[in-house]
Design a protein around this ligand. Structure first.
Ligand code: SAH
Length: 373
């Protein structure tokens, strides 16, 4: 018996093909797709504009998967961390960052990660497996459901994920997700076969209806895959975790650099098809005493100056068993000021969600051990 197809693994064109392969009319695909993404339906029985016979037939060959969080933790700053158990006993996390009533959701693309960056907790768990397309979009759908049930209170703060050229400053419904950032567990470009269809579903006007300018893919620097992403999904935002300004240091803290050194990485950034006034986001984890000096700031500026850029400074979040230290306030401020003074758009990320281990590089896809009283 062939296993049933999870329809959430299929983009709309793929769903059309799937149904056509079963001798069904093409327009049925759009009906089903809308039920899935706009009505959040998990059962064919609810698809009332489809004949009972067809629903029964569909249920024999297909199913619609779902994720439910096993735990939702809310931090003092309103950040929410969701732990999602998966079918095979593994789990992943997603983090919701509500800012000014504009919600940004940080989602995972893999269970664990193979990139082995020295400073990243997720990296210490190695790669268990890729998430499926369904598991990627299901993180978004589950959080949407939670937002409707428990809308966050409005927090007025600057957002690091806003597009610069957004002119609609009205807060949206507290239950709407505005930005998706693929900055959770995993390296999205190491799982492009599933990430690309997931993004297509996110930005499909009949799917999750997100604007492609509000979807950001973050990479440690897989150069050929950056090219493929740009070709297959033009207009998506690119973030690159740069984190070092010399090959010597980057080789040491990010093994990916031994394959794709800075020169190649920056060339790929330059060639990435960004429309209009959009910029590549360079993430820079500041490691105390390692990459946080004025010389680093100077080299950083030089490296990125011929690419439309903005910089996200992320003070290192310390975690057990990791030798690196957070930078001092003074080092952060000096680095930030150096760039601002030279007209670079810089945001220094506060450690959002720090109290619930939801900050950058702290996701491990497991519940914290219960604290004993
Ligand atoms: N693999 C992708 C997506 C993960 S994004 C990428 O590397 O871009 C996660 C971000 O958090 C990356 O910019 C990473 O450099 C940063 N990061 C990892 N560990 C961190 C830590 N302990 N403190 C602060 N930032 C960290």
């Amino acid at each position: 018996m062939t296993p049933k197809t999870d329809l959430k693994n299929l983009t709309l064109p793929a769903l059309e093909q799937f149904l056509q392969g079963q001798g069904k009319e093409r327009f049925r695909a759009l009906q089903v797709f809308k039920w899935i993404y706009q009505q959040d339906t998990h059962s064919f029985d609810e698809m009332t504009n489809i004949s009972k016979a067809l629903r029964t037939e569909l249920a024999e060959t297909a199913f619609i998967s779902n994720l439910e969080p096993e735990a939702v933790e809310q931090g003092s700053d309103g950040t929410r961390k969701y732990l999602f158990p998966l079918d095979d006993g593994t789990s992943v996390e997603a983090v919701l960052i509500p800012i000014e009533g504009r919600n940004t959701l940080c989602i995972s693309s893999q269970v664990g990660c193979a990139m082995a960056c020295e400073f990243c907790l997720t990296g210490t768990f190695k790669l268990t497996r890729n998430l499926t397309t369904a598991e990627i979009v299901n993180q978004i759908m589950a959080v949407k459901r939670d937002l409707v049930a428990n809308p966050p209170s409005l927090l007025v703060e600057q957002s690091d994920f806003e597009d610069d050229d957004s002119d609609d400053v009205q807060p949206e419904s507290p239950a709407a997700i505005r930005n998706i950032v693929m900055m959770g567990m995993g390296e999205p470009l190491h799982n492009l076969d599933n990430v690309i269809p997931a993004i297509q579903i996110m930005i499909d006007g009949n799917g999750l209806q997100l604007s492609n300018r509000r979807v950001t893919v973050s990479t440690c620097g897989l150069v050929p895959e950056m090219g493929r992403l740009g070709r297959e999904i033009p207009n998506v935002n690119l973030a690159v975790s740069l984190n070092a300004t010399t090959d010597e240091l980057r080789n040491r803290i990010m093994p990916v650099n031994r394959r794709y050194p800075l020169k190649e990485l920056l060339k790929a950034c330059k060639e990435f098809p960004l429309p209009g006034r959009r910029k590549v986001t360079f993430e820079y984890v500041m490691l105390g005493g390692i990459n946080d000096t004025p010389d680093d700031a100077k080299r950083l500026l030089k490296l990125i100056s011929d690419i439309p850029n903005k910089v996200n400074l992320i003070p290192f979040n310390e975690h057990e068993g990791c030798e690196f230290k957070a930078p001092t306030r003074k080092a952060i401020d000096a680095f930030h000021k150096y760039l601002i003074d030279r007209h670079v758009t810089v945001i220094t990320r506060d450690s959002r969600g720090g109290d619930i281990s939801a900050a950058c590089g702290q996701l491990k896809g497991k519940l914290e051990k219960q604290k004993t009283a």
